[in-house]
Design a protein around this ligand. Structure first.
Ligand code: NAG
Length: 356
């Protein structure tokens, strides 16, 4: 399983359509996982080709001329092996994610019709050239955190122009239309500031709600990475920070339920407790837990690093409130395992069915 865990996030949609069950499992591959040492190194050829219905390659960037560009030296070679997975699974769809860079760049790119067009034309050409089936925009806070207020409207305009251009390109090239997806925030404040929800839903084929990173070492108290419901200890400070709230908030604001894909992180977030005697949810913390051997990023552990931590007999497991928790000494961990994924997927399915 450790190779599978190189996919950082899975997104899931289970919905009842007229032709039985339609199932989408959308997985992200990160182009920086290749730099991890030893067995942590993860390449496109390590992805099981039939595990996911859609694979997304993260990330490509935008240059100062608003053109889409690679980020890693060997991206072109990795694109080729990534997209050759479709030979082993002919129904697999692949998308290229644009993001993960200074969000200031998005602001300048959406600023005018001319700059938007530069991005749109370069993106379509690029995605076709490397044999992806679509594009995934990862900009989670237009209109807030230093992004001008007007970007809320400009984001919609970008999607509208992108969608129209994808349609005309499909007619002209006589190829199936490229897919258009976006990763969208789970935070109420970011949603309110950044997205004209109904319109956004109209232009996108699927919407990936980033229901993770709800709590992490940036907080001064312990909390879960991906809680399903709001839990008691963290509740005071983060009422809206849970999957249920995020999914319902997008839906109630007009996002079509059948397009909403919910995020499932295959990693956990760690904290350093202020005192090992208080390891409850909401307990005071002083910073991130130690970096993992392979991911080498304080406060973050891949699932295979979590398994190593849990193997240690001194680790204390807490009664799982859907999302499991563990601690050892001053290190505190909130994560997901197969049980929590199953519970969340079942809940997601129930909700989708109820909506329809
Ligand atoms: C742990 O910390 C929380 C938050 O400060 C506090 O409410 C709780 O009473 C503490 N529990 C213990 C056992 O000290």
């Amino acid at each position: 399983m450790e190779k599978v865990s190189g996919l950082i996030v899975g997104f899931m949609l289970l919905s009842q359509l007229e032709v039985g069950i339609s199932y989408k499992l959308i997985c992200y591959f990160t182009n920086w996982a290749q730099h991890r040492p030893g067995i942590g190194k993860f390449m496109p050829e390590n992805i099981p080709p039939c595990l996911c219905t859609h694979l997304i390659y993260a990330f490509a960037a935008i240059d100062s001329h608003h053109k889409i560009v690679t980020k890693e030296k060997n991206d072109e070679a990795l694109y080729a092996s990534f997209n050759s997975l479709k030979k082993k699974n002919p129904t697999l769809k692949t998308l290229l994610a644009v993001g993960g860079f200074n969000p200031q760049r998005f602001s300048t790119t959406v600023a005018s019709k001319k700059t938007r067009a530069a991005f749109i034309f370069s993106a379509i050409k690029f995605v076709r050239k490397y044999d992806f089936d679509g594009l995934d925009l990862v900009w989670d806070h237009p209109g807030s955190r230093g992004s001008p207020f007007d970007n809320k409207k400009r984001y919609t305009v970008l999607l509208k122009e992108l969608r129209q251009t994808l349609q005309s390109e499909s007619k002209r090239s006589k190829k199936p239309r490229l897919l258009l997806a976006a990763a969208l925030p789970a935070s109420k404040a970011k949603i309110d500031a950044g997205f004209e929800v109904k319109k956004v839903g109209q232009y996108l084929d699927s919407i990936h709600v980033m229901t993770y990173d709800f709590h992490g070492a940036w907080n001064s108290f312990t909390g879960r990475n991906n809680p399903l419901f709001h839990a008691i200890p963290e509740q005071r400070e983060s009422t809206f920070f849970n999957m249920e709230f995020a999914a319902k908030y997008w839906r109630d604001n007009g996002l079509p339920a059948e397009k909403i894909i919910i995020g499932f992180p295959t990693y956990g977030r760690t904290f350093m407790l202020k005192s090992s005697s208080n390891n409850s949810g909401g307990a005071p913390t002083v910073g991130p837990g130690p970096a993992g051997t392979y991911t080498r990023d304080p406060g973050y552990w891949a699932y295979y690093e979590i398994c190593d931590f849990l193997k240690n007999s001194e680790t204390q497991m807490f009664p799982a409130e859907i999302v499991p928790l563990a601690s050892k000494g001053k290190v505190w961990l909130g994560y997901d395992d197969m049980n929590s994924f199953e519970t969340k997927a079942a809940e997601n399915q129930t909700q989708t069915t109820v909506i329809e």
